[in-house]
Design a protein around this ligand. Sequence first.
Ligand SMILES: [Ca+2]
Length: 217
Amino acid sequence: MNSRTLRIAVCSILVLAICAGYVSAANNLLVNPSFEEVDEYGEPTGWEMYAASPMIASASISNEMAASGKNSLLCSINYALAGKKEAVLMQDVPVEKNKVYKIGLKYRKENFKETGPYLTINIYDKDGKEIAYDEPLIMKDHNKIDDPLLFWEDMGFRLVLKDTGSDIGEGKWVDHWVIIKTNEDTEFIHVAVGIKAKNPNNTGKIYFDDMYIEEVQ
Ligand SMILES: [Ca+2]
């Protein structure tokens, strides 16, 4: 193979790789779903962060542990102090009306013994107001969970993956997913991912990675 042929071959492979990357990225509607991109301040691009007391419960991008790529979202309780501790990342994702979407994530706990992690899903209208569903509710299906302390809770106006102190995910990555349907007024899916703990007695960490929102139907 001469150098010109080699160059063409390398370029062709690059183009194919870029196309493949584009196609798979196009299926996931979330921006920065694997927490790989950070701005000059180390904040994850595409996400809005909220922490009530960031010294006590924090959310940050970490390279200590990752399900894919180099980074993940780390939410930690740094001091065991009384009160409600919350640290969360949020994103509003434009979606279509009357379609079915699958939403999922991976997480891993490290010595985390409190309530949390959680994933909250709201369906928003064009004004960013949450839409309340009557029967049928938001959720159509979800992954099977063999632990009464961990469950998907559909309140009609909000769908939450709630962990009330299970051991699931301790020391290993676990997957959770849910299938939802948008309605006639839907413009956005709002997701919030992080930790919420009330009067924590322990410090601990949770890593999140590989989130997705995909249209399935
Ligand atoms: Ca990642």
